[in-house]
Design a protein around this ligand. Structure first.
Ligand code: AMP
Length: 215
């Protein structure tokens, strides 16, 4: 079993690397952003509250995120392992994750810190698109560009942008990252789990680096 955390600012390519790892190692990909977007799409009180918080770019409260995560962990406890994408984002979440994994007799193997500059991430965020049908992620400014502008290569649907992928929300998301997520670097360094990766390299190079560490 392998449990991996991808720790990084928004738009650094966590989702892309998570998909590659999921495919090659048959791991369960847990993106708390995806879990929350799915909860936000429901028109109940929680959904309405989540939509508002997420489009502003601030973090959702730990108790909501942890309960969604716990459900997913328990449901897949017999899998080959997990890729945590976008979780933990606070030191409290990291402590809670350690407790949950401990209860399930698991632990974290690797924490890949994907580092990238603010200006490049800002550009990437405005270029990010996804297919509303199959969920495939594209970026019009990187090697993830679709063949035809704004059309999914797989299902030919019109691509859409996330409501929080705009410069104002990005600024707040990045500030949240520095204030609340950045302290996790010390946390995982002290636990001897942190591996630094240059997220500005090509997708293949970033993935090769991850594989070389895991071998
Ligand atoms: P992401 O898809 O990871 O960029 O997350 C999108 C948004 O979901 C974030 O800006 C937060 O509002 C919320 N979110 C995702 N993961 C977490 C988390 N672990 N803790 C708190 N909020 C989260």
């Amino acid at each position: 079993m392998k449990n991996i955390i991808l720790l990084a600012p928004p738009a650094s390519g966590k989702g892309t690397q998570a998909s590659l790892l999921k495919k090659d190692f048959d791991l369960v990909h847990i993106s708390t952003g995806d879990l929350l977007r799915s909860a936000a799409s429901r028109n109940d009180d929680l959904g309405i509250k989540l939509k508002e918080i997420m489009s502003s770019g601030t973090l959702v409260s730990d108790d909501i995120v942890i309960s969604l995560l716990k459900e997913k962990l328990v449901e897949n406890r017999n899998s080959n392992g997990f890729i945590f994408d976008g979780f933990p984002r606070t030191v409290n979440q990291a402590i809670e994750l350690d407790k949950l994994l401990n209860e399930l007799e698991m632990n974290i193997d690797y924490v890949f810190l994907m580092e990238a500059d603010y200006d490049i991430l800002l550009k990437r965020i405005t270029g990010r698109r996804s297919c509303p049908k199959c969920g495939k992620i594209y970026n019009i400014y990187t090697d993830l560009k679709p063949v035809r502008e704004d059309i999914c290569d797989v299902c030919f649907e019109h691509l859409v942008s996330r409501s929080d992928d705009n410069p104002d929300s990005f600024k707040i998301r990045y500030q949240e990252y520095l204030a609340k997520t950045y302290p996790l670097i010390d946390y995982y360094e002290e636990h001897g789990k942190l591996i630094r990766i240059n997220a500005l390299d090509s997708i293949e190079k970033v993935y090769d680096k991850i594989l070389s560490v895991m071998k």
